[in-house]
Design a protein around this ligand. Structure first.
Ligand SMILES: [Mn+2]
Length: 226
């Protein structure tokens, strides 16, 4: 496998992203950079994270928060404070940024690796799986009606293949290390850690958030949803 650094959900935490890349000793040209998505929203510097990911030539997988931002712009539903600020930062480059974000794939698959924002459908091939599932699934109820029902099994318990899947999205559950699936959302924006994974060595890199940018609440249904 090509030398790679995969970065978990950054959610606007640009300082932590800078430190993660330092700790990982990431250098452009030496190691590929992939983001699991959710670069934006909630945290202090969404625009800075988008700029860095683009400038560094990173591949970003589409997260539900990027999908929400595209809907927000397309539908002109302004009034979301965080998205309003991000749109203002893009200024006259808005169209260019939108087409850039629209180019984010729903998944990346190669011989021994899949990267996806949320997870996989238990039976459908990736190319046939609706974007809503790839960007939002946490649990599987047999039908895909409710993708986040704690009485149902996590999608990764139904995953039967051996190809490594790296994903994010499930902040409530936090870092989730299994043999064939690795969940990298370790709640940075809530004051926990930003995580990265070095492949093929499977070495985990974590940096502590400088602040609790969003106060975690006891409303888990609201916590990681747009
Ligand atoms: Mn997400």
């Amino acid at each position: 496998m090509e030398k790679t650094l995969i970065v978990g959900d950054v959610h606007g935490c640009s300082d932590e992203l800078d430190r993660l890349l330092e700790v990982a000793e990431w250098r452009r040209g030496e190691r590929r950079l992939i983001f699991v998505g959710d670069l934006i929203n909630k945290g202090p510097d969404s625009f800075g994270v988008l700029e860095r990911a683009r400038e560094y030539g990173g591949l970003t997988i589409l997260g539900n928060h990027e999908a929400a931002f595209l809907r927000y712009v397309r539908q002109g539903r302004f009034g979301h404070a965080h998205f309003d600020e991000l749109r203002e930062r893009m200024g006259s480059d808005l169209i260019d940024w939108i087409s850039h974000i629209q180019s984010f794939p729903l998944y990346h698959e190669e011989e021994d690796l899949i990267v996806v924002h949320a997870g996989l459908h238990p039976t459908l091939p990736l190319s046939k799986t609706p974007g809503k599932i790839l960007t939002r699934i946490r649990t599987w109820d047999g039908e895909g009606r409710n993708l986040d029902d704690e009485s149902q099994p996590p999608w990764f318990e139904l995953y039967r293949r051996t190809k490594l899947v790296v994903y994010g999205h499930w902040a409530r559950r936090g870092l989730t290390l299994r043999e064939h699936t690795i969940g990298l959302d370790s709640r940075c924006v809530y004051g926990n850690q930003l995580s990265g994974l070095l492949l093929p060595e499977r070495r985990l890199i974590q940096v502590q958030a400088a602040e609790m940018y969003v106060i975690p609440t006891d409303l888990p249904d609201e916590m990681n949803r747009t």
